[in-house]
Design a protein around this ligand. Structure first.
Ligand code: UDX
Length: 450
């Protein structure tokens, strides 16, 4: 099928590339000149495993093209995806300006087509309930073309987006037109493995499904994070509890890993937006509010634990931060716990040395000279009073810990992701503080006088 994707950001590029890979002809529209040049040179502007290769393959084959011209891109399209950003405004409500501008441009382009022309417009961006209906009304008023509008929220995870797209748990389509549902079913045919996985519902249900999914996942994490407080107080182990409850099929094991707080471009934004969506419906959502409060507190609790257990004043102490990305396998630092933790430590007078395998450049833009940037985790830890592990990069679990312990001022590790091996920590002489798990308190070999 002939597909146009407006917006070649993270979601748009993954969507366009994957649709090209299952046989469609895709035109990606990108307004950012620099990004368009990168794409037109056959390069992928974001780091996402497998995307660059797939993009290059289908770009070279001519099945995937890029342009800045909405008009020409929309002219022959059967399906037009709107995948522009819907970022949060400072007050947490959703900024719809990019989507509105894209909708308007598509509309103007459609006005040139005759009234026998038929197109399905798909809102891929995460939008508040009611947006698709509004766009449909707007387009109906503005154009004679036979236009359908469907909502098709994305559930891609950074780091596994290509695989998530090509093997989806479900595809959610919201709308009111059986004809549009049939077109979307045809579009996704190669990846619909079970008929039940292709779900149709009304616009508002689809729109809210996206927010509900992210809020539910974030809620599970916040719940487990809240449990870490009890675990630490009563001497329980959150990992045992995770297994204990995750094996109940009604609960399931996913998204129950406790840590120093969730981040990323979706959970914080979508949970905050859901709170505003509730307010707009004259409902004060206590639960959704609590998900965010617990998350914020957990980041702070992690930083405070470092200060409390350091064994010396934080003022003038050196803390090595391992991991800056909001999760492993990405260079994305949006809403990363590292931002809050580093800020808090610096405000309290600590000297922070930071390391990450991919996200260092992005974090430099925030902390610039305030942080000492280290090219490897071992040298970041040398001479430090403690290590704070914030991102669960697997590479951190296999470091030469004996050597690291010997070079640190005090062999102290705060594991914000519970990813280090307790036995290794014990054997290599570390004082080890995970989240919601019993700590290992060896007597500290202090080189620094408290
Ligand atoms: C998320 C959703 O999973 C995805 O469906 C949606 O489309 C976009 O938002 P993403 O932000 O890429 O995807 O990352 P995800 O793997 O979900 O992790 C989000 C955050 O939660 C990370 O900070 C991660 O460290 C944290 N997390 C995840 C936990 O703290 N515990 C867990 O058990 C799982």
């Amino acid at each position: 099928m002939d597909v146009t994707v407006i917006g070649c950001g993270y979601v748009g590029l993954v969507t366009g590339t994957c649709l090209a890979s299952i046989g469609h002809t895709v035109r990606g529209v990108e307004k950012d000149v620099k990004k368009l040049r990168t794409l037109s040179d056959g390069h992928c502007p974001i780091f996402e495993p497998g995307l660059q290769e797939l993009m290059q393959e289908h770009y070279a084959a001519g099945q995937l093209q890029f342009t800045e011209n909405v008009r020409s891109a929309v002219r022959d399209a059967e399906v037009v995806f709107l995948a522009v950003g819907t970022p949060p405004k400072p007050d947490g409500t959703v900024d719809m300006s990019y989507l509105e501008a894209a909708g308007k441009e598509v509309c103007d382009a459609l006005a040139e087509n005759g009234d026998d022309y038929m197109v399905t417009i798909v809102i891929k961006s995460t939008v508040p309930a009611g947006t698709n209906r509004k766009l449909y009304k707007f387009l109906k008023e503005q154009t004679k073309a036979h236009v359908q509008v469907v909502s098709n929220p994305e559930f891609l995870r950074e780091g596994s987006a290509v695989q998530d797209f090509l093997s989806p748990d479900r595809i959610v389509i919201g709308g009111e037109s059986p004809e549009a549902f049939r077109i979307m079913r045809r579009l996704y045919d190669p990846i619909v493995k079970r008929e039940e996985a292709f779900m149709t519902m009304n616009w508002e249900s689809a729109e809210l499904t996206k927010y509900a999914a992210n809020a539910m996942l974030a809620a599970r994490i916040s719940f487990m994070n809240e449990m870490t407080v009890l675990c630490e107080h009563y001497g329980a182990d959150i990992e045992e509890i995770r297994k204990g409850i995750g094996s109940d099929f009604r609960i399931g094991p996913a998204f129950l890993r406790a840590g120093c707080g969730y981040g990323g471009s979706c959970f914080p934004k979508d949970v905050a937006a859901l709170e505003h969506i509730s307010k707009a419906a004259n409902y004060e959502s206590l639960f959704v509010n609590a998900i965010q409060t617990v998350n914020k507190n957990q980041k702070r609790r992690f930083a405070d634990k470092i200060i409390e257990k350091l064994g010396r004043p934080i003022q003038g102490a050196t803390i090595a931060v391992w991991g800056l990305a909001f999760k492993a396998d990405t260079d994305d630092i949006r809403e990363s716990a590292a931002i809050d933790v580093i800020r808090h430590l610096i405000d309290k007078g600590a000297h922070v040395r930071a390391h990450d395998f991919k996200a260092m450049e992005n974090m430099k833009a925030i902390f610039k000279e305030e942080v000492e940037w280290c090219h490897d985790p071992v040298s970041a830890a040398a001479g430090a009073d403690a290590v704070a592990l914030i991102t669960d990069w697997p590479q951190y679990t296999t470091l030469p810990f004996r050597k690291i312990a010997a070079t640190m001022n005090t062999p102290l590790i705060f594991d914000g992701r519970n990813c280090l091996h307790r036995d290794i920590m014990r054997e290599t002489g570390f004082q080890y503080y995970p989240m919601g798990r019993p700590c290992i308190e060896n007597s500290l070999r202090l080189k620094h006088k408290v």
